[in-house]
Design a protein around this ligand. Structure first.
Ligand SMILES: NC(=O)c1ccc[n+]([C@@H]2O[C@H](COP(=O)([O-])OP(=O)(O)OC[C@H]3O[C@@H](n4cnc5c(N)ncnc54)[C@H](O)[C@@H]3O)[C@@H](O)[C@H]2O)c1
Ligand SMILES: [Zn+2]
Length: 359
């Protein structure tokens, strides 16, 4: 099997990242499972994706094709995956391979984590967001009674196989959504590792391949943080930078015009960078730099002034809060110096939103 001569991506095995492919590091992991004990779950919209032909090792494995949307990130769909695995007689030695974006890897990971008290699974992310964020770190889950990711489990994949060639067909808005998580990671890490490079990167002209080192850097940073704090008791909260405001903006957009997660994260990052400047004395440059990127690629948020109070109420209910009704954020003192558990007042939040809406 010579998969890594064909895949211009990289392979994350047992939490190690390999960027120089040796054929012996290929699909060897599949040899750990009886062939008839492997199932694939994937997104129906990827059924004709050219990338499948680069993975002949998966050709004979049964595939469950799913409709993928936030509405189908549900217990019913998890039951469908369980039924598929039961129908193929998977035992606790079985393996589920999840091929798709973050919805699919969250769903498949949760189905694997709960099937017969947990079987192994492998992620093959097909969106930029899933590559840099959802497919590593071990958070799996579903939406429940209208609450996003309300039910889930911490269950890391056995392996994650990342191949940026999947991205060739990704719509621009989905691409930008994933790019937002790269921007976030750049802001919480040493600037020379990512942020400085991001400022040089021109999305309009750079070839896809030049993104690979940045994807790799993001996964390495996330893995390092997650290994230090797998259950999000401390350090891992740094990865939530931009997400207190971001989640609220994402949720409120559902009733205006829905925006994808990454767009909301960029708006959240602007608000939380503003607070980093006013409350922690962070230099203004990263705020100015991100503002320029936002205006160029993402446009302004479609929130109205009347959204202000509902946004604050949503942030007070955020499930990341340690106490009811407080607003808890990660802020930065400078690029690469995140500070977790920063409680901000509703007035601080109003000021940050005022700034964001005034851009
Ligand atoms: N577990 C985690 O740590 C974590 C982290 C971040 C986000 N998430 C979750 O990830 C989900 C969002 O992930 P996403 O943005 O990847 O969404 P997604 O899985 O819905 O994919 C986005 C869209 O792109 C399509 N698509 C997927 N791959 C494609 C490809 N290669 N070419 C063309 N189209 C393609 C999908 O069909 C879908 O319409 C959310 O549910 C979020 O909660 C989880
Ligand atoms: Zn995110």
């Amino acid at each position: 099997m010579q998969i890594f001569e064909r895949i211009n991506g990289f392979y994350l095995q047992n939490k190690k990242i390999f960027t120089n492919f040796a054929p012996e590091m290929s699909w060897e992991i599949l040899n750990n499972y009886p062939k008839e004990q492997i199932c694939i779950v994937s997104d129906k919209s990827l059924i004709r994706h050219a990338q499948w032909s680069a993975m002949p090792e998966l050709a004979d494995i049964p595939v469950l094709w799913l409709e993928v949307s936030e509405a189908t990130k549900s217990l019913d769909t998890v039951a469908q995956i369980w039924d598929f695995m039961f129908a193929h007689h998977l035992t606790r030695r079985g393996l589920l391979i999840c091929v798709g974006g973050g919805i699919l890897t969250d769903l498949g990971g949760f189905a694997a984590a709960t099937y017969k008290r947990g079987i192994q699974y492998i992620n093959i992310p097909s969106t930029l967001l899933a590559m840099v964020d959802a497919s590593s770190g071990g958070k799996t889950g579903i939406n429940y009674r209208g609450l996003k990711n309300a039910i889930g489990a911490f269950a890391p994949p056995a392996d994650t196989l990342i191949d940026p060639k999947w991205l060739k067909t990704l719509p621009a808005a989905q691409f930008l959504s994933g790019f937002a998580e790269i921007l976030k990671t750049g802001l919480i890490e040493r600037p020379d590792l990512l942020w400085d490079r991001l400022l040089q990167y021109d999305l309009d002209t750079m070839p896809l391949d030049s993104l690979t080192p940045m994807i790799e850097q993001c996964v390495a940073i996330k893995e390092r943080i997650v290994q230090a704090d797998p259950n999000e008791k401390g350090l891992r909260k740094a990865l939530n930078f931009g997400h207190t405001f971001g989640h609220a903006i994402e949720e409120i957009s559902i009733s205006n015009a829905p925006i994808s997660h990454g767009y909301a994260v960029v708006y959240g990052l602007i608000a939380e960078l503003y607070l980093s400047v006013t409350k922690l004395g962070c230099p203004k440059e990263p705020l100015q730099q991100l503002t320029q990127l936002m205006l160029h690629y993402y446009g302004r948020p479609n929130c109205k002034c009347s959204d202000m109070e509902p946004l604050i109420a949503l942030m007070q209910q955020d499930k990341k809060n340690e106490r009811a009704a407080e607003i808890n954020c990660t802020l930065i003192r400078s690029v690469g110096d995140p500070v977790i558990n920063q409680v901000i007042s509703p007035d601080d939040a109003r000021e940050a939103l005022d700034y964001l809406f005034s851009l």
